[in-house]
Write a protein that binds this ligand. Sequence first.
Ligand SMILES: CC(C)(COP(=O)(O)OP(=O)(O)OC[C@H]1O[C@@H](n2cnc3c(N)ncnc32)[C@H](O)[C@@H]1OP(=O)(O)O)[C@@H](O)C(=O)NCCC(=O)NCCS
Length: 254
Amino acid sequence: MTHVNTTDFIRALINARHPDSAPLVPEKIRTATVMPSSYGYPIQFSLVLGSYGVYLKLMIDDFNTLVIRGARLILRSARLDDVMELFRLVSESREELAKWLPWIEFVRSVEDERHIVEQWIYEMQLRSAIHLCVTRDWKIVGLVGTHQIDWINQRTSVGYWMGTNYVGQHYTTESTAVLLNFLFENLRLHRVFIQAATENEPSNRVIKRLGFRWEGLLRENERIKDRFFDHNIYGMTQNDFAGLKESHSVYLRR
Ligand SMILES: CC(C)(COP(=O)(O)OP(=O)(O)OC[C@H]1O[C@@H](n2cnc3c(N)ncnc32)[C@H](O)[C@@H]1OP(=O)(O)O)[C@@H](O)C(=O)NCCC(=O)NCCS
């Protein structure tokens, strides 16, 4: 039996009413997620504006129906219909992506892409990770998401890539800011970290612009082709994020 701490419950209600909380469609639903005190699994409370007035709905939803809006972009859960479009985007961006993402070598056919998306859907069903297509005018321009979410320690790490035709427009910065807002404000995570090869300048710039703090160097951490690359590791706590809200607000939907 799940026990929910009263303070968390009240905080969830306040957040649910807060006009800045990331809206999930439909627009009239405000959702907040709290971590029950005695159980490492989040529960969502929604305040629903229905014809009978405002009522509270308890949901234990998976992550497969997320739709989160940024200033220019819409982030939504990856689904099976996306396989062809994702494979096309990966194929046309292969050269750039392969410089920094070793898994690209293993995506050689639509079938490979389908297996990956099926795995993502499964992970989102378990709420163990989030995989969001970044869309502009309904077209997929890239991907942003988390790795395994550690609900006990309330932490995760994030990753991203953009199609080559869509880089240089701060889409990655915007979509990561939107994801961070969701992770800290809606899922109430405590810490988010990210790693990037020291030589991956665009990625290190995105991370710094978002206000992550450098925490260290992981030596020869990842093999790409026949070379091992050092990685910078950066972190952001919920407290850091609260101090960055003003600078991030430009990326969020007003
Ligand atoms: C890293 C990546 C996601 C960045 O995407 P993006 O949408 O272009 O990023 P943004 O536009 O938000 O920001 C890019 C920043 O890098 C800068 N930049 C772009 N190309 C650069 C280069 N070759 N050298 C140095 N800086 C560069 C931009 O000017 C911008 O800096 P600014 O914020 O100071 O203006 C994209 O290049 C990519 O998909 N790379 C391949 C996959 C990858 O590396 N994933 C991350 C693994 S950690």
